[in-house]
Design a protein around this ligand. Structure first.
Ligand code: HEC
Length: 209
């Protein structure tokens, strides 16, 4: 029997260098090549607008000047998503529960009142085209769980003011922003009485600095 080597060096684990196995290097190269090819095909040219939820059609990505999307088309889509379940696609609402938007002065008349209704909602008794409603319309502005942007509210209002036989001028993003700023401290929905007490015209825009 060989006696055990008493020197501590002989028992310490030896540190050794092994070269990276060739198959691993090969696998790395193959993966890098595949990843490059994947990015080439699916990165969308690293363009920020490739995924655009506001996009309406899926035409080829053009690089030339793009016509701005028609606010009425966007307005209709937003109306269908947010308003139609109550006011219906026909704009006729549901008698006694959800008032109509077609042929109604609240929609085609004062922008000040209409934009105010959209920002903070409407509650309590209100007579619309001779019929009494006493229900709640949710807020879509700052008080809403997911507030609509000014340009979205403008697009919806432009749509409802020109659909179903309504013929009123469009509502601009600036006009919606003006009322947002003027009512930023408000928390409650409007009542019919408060709305009627508002001036029918929009407040003057703050002077440009
Ligand atoms: C949950 C149902 C509901 C939804 C969703 C809703 N509304 Fe209303 N809306 C009402 C009710 C109810 C009233 C009347 C409130 C009352 O009785 O005081 C009203 C009133 C209105 C009025 C004023 C009265 C009239 O008939 O013109 C306008 C304008 C209006 N809504 C527009 C909209 C728009 C635009 C949207 C989408 C952004 C929308 N509403 C979404 C229920 C709803």
């Amino acid at each position: 029997m060989i006696p055990p080597d008493p020197s501590p060096l002989a028992q310490a684990p030896a540190e050794r260098h092994a070269p990276i196995p060739g198959w691993l290097t090969g696998l790395g190269l193959v993966l890098a090549f595949w990843a490059g090819g994947y990015l080439f095909l699916y990165s969308g040219g690293f363009r920020g607008d490739v995924y655009d939820p506001g996009q309406i059609t899926w035409g080829p990505v053009s690089t030339g000047p793009v016509a701005p999307p028609d606010p009425k088309v966007i307005g209709k889509r937003l109306y269908t998503a947010n308003c139609a379940q109550c006011h219906q696609a026909t704009g006729l609402g549901q008698a006694g529960v959800y008032p109509p938007l077609a042929g109604v002065d609240w929609v085609t008349g004062s922008k000040h009142r209409l934009i105010s209704i959209l920002h903070h909602g409407l509650a309590g008794a209100i007579t619309i085209n001779g019929q009494l409603y006493n229900n709640n319309m949710p807020a879509w502005g700052d008080g809403a769980p997911v507030p609509l942007k000014d340009e979205q509210i403008a697009a919806i209002l432009t749509y409802i003011r020109s659909e179903w036989g309504n013929k009123a001028e469009p509502v601009s993003t600036e006009e919606v922003a003006l009322i947002r700023a003027a009512t930023k401290d408000r928390k409650q929905p409007w009542s019919e009485k408060e709305l009627l007490a508002l001036p029918s015209d929009l407040p003057p825009a703050p002077a440009a600095k």
